[in-house]
Ligand binder design. Structure first.
Ligand SMILES: [Mg+2]
Length: 262
């Protein structure tokens, strides 16, 4: 049985869960306050590796929530945490924006252009043909190939833009290889990074989000409580048709506030 009262830490998706685009979802701030007042904790989780944690600190600040960057876990940081253990001292070739490169450097990982030992593929909005050629050369040569997250598209104010999933499909068409490991939701890597950061066990955590195949799948697959909020992407029809079912379901974060008092 999954109960709100057993949860020590809420892992929160952002877009569609805490805010919608640039607008906070009503009651989100009150939910965070209620989580804190009840002695529980929270961690924002995002698959988007084209921005760093500081970008989200600023975005949340503009919505009235002051958080330390340790309260935000990006797939880029989770990737840094994974490769630091998996490939100590080795150097990656990285597809990614400067934010991702910086996040890796902060973790002591030095990206290189030549003589790389492995490949990290992230969401790179500065991608060009020379980079694609280089990364395909490395992957064709058999280097370990890690991707930050699986999303095919990234929602923006003006519609979808191609994300890393689409870049990986390009790489696969050229090299015949899929990524050896994907870190972001719904995969294990980002969960391990969250456990390392919080010191908690999976059964203490809830994954809260608006998307069935990333957020809810993350909770279900890795032994957490999965909580769907209907404030974003998922409609009642999509939920009825999907094989992926959340343990708990609310219209929005604020609907959990009364349950935190018990
Ligand atoms: Mg979302």
């Amino acid at each position: 049985m999954h109960n709100i009262s057993d949860i020590r830490l809420f892992m929160l998706d952002m877009d569609g869960t805490f805010y919608l685009g640039n607008d906070i979802i009503p009651g989100s701030l009150e939910f965070i306050q209620a989580v804190k007042d009840s002695g529980r904790d929270y961690l924002f989780l995002t698959n988007n590796s084209s921005h760093n944690a500081l970008h989200y600190v600023k975005k949340l600040h503009n919505m009235g929530l002051d958080v330390d960057r340790s309260k935000i876990l990006t797939s880029g940081e989770a990737t840094a945490s994974y490769v630091k253990h998996a490939y100590p001292g080795l150097k990656p070739y990285v597809l990614g924006n400067d934010f991702l490169i910086e996040e890796l450097r902060e973790a002591g990982i030095e990206p290189v252009k030549d003589n790389a030992d492995y490949v990290i593929a992230g969401f790179d909005t500065t991608l060009d043909y020379a980079k694609m050629t280089r990364v395909c050369d490395y992957i064709r040569a058999g280097l370990p190939y890690i991707a930050t997250h699986p999303d095919f598209n990234c929602p923006t104010e003006t519609g979808f833009i191609p994300d890393i999933g689409a870049i990986m499909a390009f790489i696969e068409a050229s090299t015949g290889r899929k990524a050896d490991l994907i870190i972001g939701k719904p995969y294990r890597g980002i969960v391990d990074a969250a456990l390392e950061r919080t010191g908690l066990r999976v059964q203490d955590l809830a994954m809260v989000g608006d998307r069935l195949y990333t957020d809810i799948e993350t909770g279900n697959r890795h032994g957490m409580t999965s909580i769907l909020v209907m404030s974003g992407e998922t409609t009642p029809e999509m939920l009825a048709e999907s094989d992926i079912k959340p343990h708990l379901r609310y219209d929005k974060l604020a609907d959990m506030i009364p349950l935190l008092k018990s």
